[in-house]
Design a protein. Sequence first.
Length: 164
Amino acid sequence: MKASASKVEPFEEFLRRKAEKDGERFDWDSRRSKWLESVDNLYQRIGKWLKPFEDKGLLAIDFTEIELYEGRLGHYKIRQLDIFMGKTEISLIPKGTLVLGGLGRIDMRGPAGELMFVLFDNWGEWQLARRSPGFESWHLSKRSFQDALKIVIDGEATELYWWD
């Protein structure tokens, strides 16, 4: 049986309703801008937490510009945060904003492991997360960040605290 040329397919009808409901096309430039701003804000927050230790010469912070490619966003430059403690290096490496289950992800890698920073629902509301037998996440605070550093440096902390 042939469909008539005047009859609209159900999927096309669905797409038209969706476009009318959304009002306009998705703004990829805005998505990339919000992502870059959220990453920069996270780095500023971490910088404030680490500044007293940097001032005492216990660690150093530096940035490396990297390039990411994400489908609709194309190629773009973003900063990776590197923390140096003696011979130990910890890197916060942005993975992208087009991630399953969230608005963006940054991997934190150290000699003893890896954790993630994830934007689940709201721009700027970062959480710490890790893959274990399941998936665990914690509120990001000064205390939980310090515990996360201990985990990726030498596995010392076994708990991540969500309060300051």
